[in-house]
Design a protein around this ligand. Structure first.
Ligand code: 2HG
Ligand code: ZN
Length: 463
């Protein structure tokens, strides 16, 4: 419960309309897409300017209040969960385009802008913002930056980090920092911009961002291939990527395809059933690319890697094929999945996946695994489905054990316990499998430098 004094101070900063204290609002703003924790913030505030954000942070320091920065709350690791009476600072109102320069192809915007609005803005300017994923309709740019969001085009365009040219942030001490100011070249020591990207709201609140836009791609074609076994997916990846610039190389298992076709009513790509499917996308500006793709497809069939395939003949068909991959995450909510978002080097994926399959089959035989992900980036989304007989608590506890065992395997394979979703609350107990004790200690020192009283997103990333 907040004291009258703090309520008055919060109202002075954002105005009574922008201070939300009703249970409905607390529940809505206090949670992300995870289902493990319960929302329990003490208040939600909606600042309208960088100065208001600064005032809020100064107030939090004065009264030792914790702040949870909040974007579109589409996260899958609990990074935006407010479960311990924190104040949620939601950036929704700071969503305007503030500046655009066609020469620099840079746009400066409020961190609360929805990702798809940035994509639309770019298109209106004849340009392109290439970071793309299923939740672009509700995620916000600030959240994308705070988690260094990845998505389906990383193989070609990289993660969010690649597109951030500048940031205006309020750190945990309440200072306003302008980082990099849109410069392409700026070798003046430590680049704090990159520290804030992926910091999950633990160092500062991202208020404004300057984003690089690029030339739009030419029309592209989607190819879905039915693949005989997991190692063969990598043969296909190598074969295609040495000859063609791929903009996506995704994969999913037969189990994922079955669930998405049954529950969404999507048509199967072809009649043949195969253990795995790969989805490739590439620009087809010239006939020769298409000829090359057909020749590579035939080679993969001759080698026995690929058993069947379909090539999109229209934009509508390309979109329909993408749905088979993009709708998997949403479909799986039906089975209360426990999510793992892990990566190893692409070359190590077959051995790693085999070891995880063997581990789960021998130690957790009642668990169904659904594999899919961004295989071109070495990123696997392993979803474990809850067996009906198991209670929620027992399932989460058992999955925690699985994560520990997968963590050990990841340490052996020198992989990451979080490829693109972030650490948040869900993965912090496993951070040490990917980062050394010294690295984690250095992270703590960095947090102290930017957030000396630990008021920003405490308990996220590490304790
Ligand atoms: C995707 O690639 C998303 O579809 C979500 O990153 C993955 O829900 C998941 O496990
Ligand atoms: Zn993903």
């Amino acid at each position: 419960m907040l004291s009258e004094q703090i309520i008055t101070r919060l109202t002075d900063i954002v105005g009574a309309q922008r201070l939300l204290l009703e249970q409905d609002d607390l529940q809505r703003f206090g949670i992300d897409r995870t289902t493990i924790w319960k929302a329990n913030p003490c208040a939600v505030v909606l600042p309208g300017s960088v100065e208001e954000v600064q005032q809020l942070v100064l107030l939090a320091n004065e009264f030792n209040l914790a702040i949870v920065p909040s974007g579109g709350r589409t996260g899958l690791s609990g990074g935006a969960v407010a479960k311990d009476g924190e104040i949620v600072v939601a950036m929704d109102r700071m969503n305007q385009v503030l500046d655009f320069n066609p020469m620099d192809r840079c746009v400066t915007l409020g961190a609360g802008m929805i990702t798809s609005q940035l994509q639309d803005f770019a298109e209106e300017q004849g340009l392109f913002y290439p970071v793309d994923f299923a939740s672009t309709g509700s995620s916000q740019i600030g959240g994308n930056i705070a988690t260094n969001a990845g998505g389906i085009n990383v193989i070609r365009y990289g993660m969010t980090r690649e597109w951030v040219m500048g940031l205006k942030v309020v750190n945990g001490a309440g200072d306003i920092l302008e980082l990099n100011r849109g410069l392409v070249k700026n070798n003046t020591g430590y680049d704090f911009r990159h520290l804030f990207i992926g910091s999950e709201g633990t160092l500062g609140l991202i208020c404004e961002a300057t984003i690089q836009l690029t030339r739009p791609p030419a029309d592209s074609t989607v190819l879905v291939l039915g693949i005989d076994n997991f190692p063969a997916i990598l043969d296909v990846l190598r074969t295609f990527s040495t000859e063609i610039d791929l903009s996506a190389f995704e994969f999913f298992s037969q189990a994922a395809l079955d669930k998405v076709t049954e529950h969404r009513g999507h048509a199967k790509p072809f009649a043949t059933q195969t253990p795995f499917y790969a989805l490739l996308e590439f620009e087809t500006a010239t006939e020769s690319v298409m000829d090359k793709a057909m020749a590579l497809f035939e080679k993969c069939m001759e080698e026995g890697w690929v058993l069947d395939g379909v090539l999109s003949q229209s934009l509508a068909q390309a979109k329909a094929l993408w749905k088979l991959r993009e709708d998997i995450s949403e479909t799986l909510w039906h089975w209360q999945p426990y999510k793992n978002d892990i990566s190893v080097r692409v070359s190590r994926m077959p051995d790693f996946l085999r070891e995880v399959d063997e581990l789960v089959a021998s130690r957790y035989p009642d668990f169904e695994l659904v594999w899919y992900g961004h295989i071109g980036d070495g990123n696997l989304h392993l979803n474990i489905l809850k067996p009906e007989a198991l209670s929620n608590e027992d399932f989460v506890a058992k999955c925690g054990n699985v994560s520990g065992e997968i963590g050990q395997l990841l340490a052996k394979y020198e992989g990451s316990i979080s490829a693109e979703h972030g650490v948040g609350l869900l993965k912090k107990d496993y951070l040490h499998y990917s980062r050394s004790p010294l690295e984690i200690e250095l992270m703590r020192s960095i947090k102290k430098a930017f957030d000396p009283n630990s008021i920003l997103n405490p308990g996220k990333l590490f304790d």
